[in-house]
Design a protein around this ligand. Sequence first.
Ligand SMILES: [Zn+2]
Ligand SMILES: [Zn+2]
Length: 264
Amino acid sequence: MYLDSHCHLSFPGLHERLPDIVAAMRAARVSRAITICTTLEEFDAVQAIAAGHPDIWCTVGVHPDNEGVREPQLDELVALAARERVVAIGETGLDYYRLGTRSVADMAWQRERFAVHIRAARATGLPLVVHTRSASEDTLAILRDEGQGQVRGVFHCFTETQAVADAALSLGFHISFSGILTFRNAAELREVARRVPLERCLIETDSPYLAPVPYRGKPNQPAYVPHGAAALAELQGLPVDRVAEATRRNAEQLFGLPEEAPTC
Ligand SMILES: [Zn+2]
Ligand SMILES: [Zn+2]
């Protein structure tokens, strides 16, 4: 059985088809999923999905790309994190990919938002779901400064270098691989995935984005998580069932989910 550690079931393309999406997930042996919050405005919808499904959990946080949305305060994040089925803080982090005409110096608001999330993770003891793009140095520096070695979590949808993977692992973080592992142009990432110890790997879809081969260009969904897992298994020279089992257990431990009874 697989676990999709990062999907966005509240997003258009998935939300309105939720019964079908959940049925497809079960048919594909994806027994559990974490649906990820990206704005405070959508949190109620995200949490309602988790509360309505015994095999889905959720997070609370504001994505670094989201501008013109309500800015999270520490107290509010801590309060929302206490709601049922919330198992992590995020997704949060830094994204300098869409700077446009701005400079890195202009992105102080992103760094401050990230710091608030890290403080919330420390205050609640919950793991952090980290998004980083074109900003790995600042992401790691802020995690070190604000985390003080007391925050665990995951670098989700990992697309960074071996050096960044090593730094994340040494901070005690997990690395989550998506269907990008199946993309033809992802040779460098596959080399990284080959070397991350299985006990620190998670697997995710980041659906509705990033559909794996052979679904590229179509909407992604949690039922496709086995494709990324198969790619990781091939890279690590392991049977896919072993990768499915290990990544599911890693996620269950990180997010504090009840253990699932083993199936035959
Ligand atoms: Zn992300
Ligand atoms: Zn995401």
